[in-house]
Design a protein around this ligand. Structure first.
Ligand code: OSB
Ligand code: MG
Length: 367
């Protein structure tokens, strides 16, 4: 396959409401849209989802742009390519920078799927016709959190995730459980605890949480294994899983019972599918993580979640959860807690060019 040109578009939009964790409050979101075009004018789309500052991963919009412009795009445009599965090998000499790689790999896989008139998920063996949707409540005000759960329940979400930290956990959860005794609920700590908190974390076992996500260090695997042996609630690793090797280490050490796979954080489709396959072989359930993304990344996530190991509803919500207007057409809609998987080739959604243009702050084409 030949990629004739690649265009980068930096976009920016305000969130409908602030997304608050103990690490950062996100009010505006930037992303880099990657468009890979072939000689027939077909276009594949990817979305780079680092934040503007490095609070969640080390990558930022600027580092990502730099890696794409100065390394990944030149190498890709000057190398022969039969299949997008070769990209990771081609980029072997470029360490890490997973979100930059993921966005470009996404665009070229989308282009390849469109050239072959196949829905992207099917390329990787995904068979699901609908995927279960989950939603994240990111407010440390318990009244506000409960109002949000109430509001989202109209869409029938199959799983609710709240953000916790040592100052907003036990009381917070007990209020939510009193009001919503039976909702499928989990908590994400984004590394807010240490091993000194074992006794405290054991108190969370009584709230019937599906799992607790990333309680300890963002780069830890060993301490989570100690903690998991002392908790009934399964641990789910997010920040700690940046590669197949990390997932393999976590399974070997028993550091978690569930893995949150974020395609962007592990460098794209190829690595995400390898992790999925490893977890499936080991009967470890996985779910698809979210990055407060726009529609293109959301579409890739839906395609990923069609794979059989994605048995737990992920952080895949409707476009309207975050945006006044999304950049895809139609927008992602959640009904009865489900998202219908599109049938069209590639990511399965068209681009809302008018909206994309309105959000673009900088754009450049490379050939
Ligand atoms: O820790 O899972 C996380 C969003 C941005 C950065 C980190 C995380 C999140 C989420 C997903 O919780 C939110 C979403 O995309 O709906
Ligand atoms: Mg998380």
């Amino acid at each position: 396959m030949k990629v004739s040109s690649i265009t980068l578009k930096v976009i920016k939009a305000p969130l409908k409401q602030p997304f608050k964790t103990h690490l950062e409050t996100v009010t505006d979101r930037e992303a880099i849209i990657v468009e890979a075009k072939d000689k027939d004018g077909l276009i594949g789309y990817g979305e780079a989802v680092p934040f503007t500052s490095p609070w969640y991963t080390e990558e930022t919009i600027k580092t990502c742009y730099h890696m794409l412009e100065d390394f990944l795009i030149p190498l890709t445009l000057t190398s022969p390519l039969q299949h997008p599965g070769e990209l990771q090998g081609l980029w072997r000499g470029i360490r890490r920078n997973a979100m930059a790689k993921s966005a470009l790999e996404q665009a070229i896989f989308d282009l390849y799927a469109k050239q072959n008139e196949t829905y992207l998920g099917r390329l990787f063996g995904g068979e699901r016709r609908e995927v279960a949707a989950g939603v994240v409540i990111a407010s440390n005000n318990v009244e506000e959190a409960m109002r949000q759960i109430d509001g989202f329940s109209g869409s029938g979400y199959r799983r609710y995730k709240i953000k916790i930290d040592p100052l907003h956990d036990i009381e917070f959860l007990s209020h939510i459980r009193d009001a919503f005794p039976d909702i499928p609920l989990m908590a994400d700590a984004n590394s807010a605890y240490t091993l000194d908190d074992i006794a405290h974390l054991q108190k969370l076992d009584e709230y019937k949480l599906m799992m607790i996500e990333q309680p300890l260090g963002h780069d830890d695997i060993v301490e989570h294994s100690r903690l998991q042996s002392k908790l009934q609630t399964p641990i789910c690793l997010d920040e700690s899983i940046n590669s197949y090797h990390d997932a393999s280490s976590a399974l070997t050490l028993g550091s978690c019972g569930v893995i949150n796979i974020k395609m962007a954080k592990v460098g794209g489709w190829t690595e995400a599918v390898r992790i999925h396959d490893l977890c499936a072989e080991n009967d470890v359930p996985v779910w698809c993580g979210g990055m407060i993304e726009f529609g293109i990344s959301r579409a890739h996530n839906i395609a990923l979640a069609t794979l059989k190991g994605f048995t737990i509803p992920g952080d895949i919500s409707s476009s309207s959860r975050y945006w006044e207007g999304d950049i895809i057409d139609p927008e992602v809609v959640v009904k009865d807690g489900l998202i219908q998987v599109p049938e069209k080739a590639g990511i399965g959604f068209s681009i809302n060019e008018k909206r994309l243009k309105a959000l673009t702050t900088y754009s450049q084409m490379y050939r």
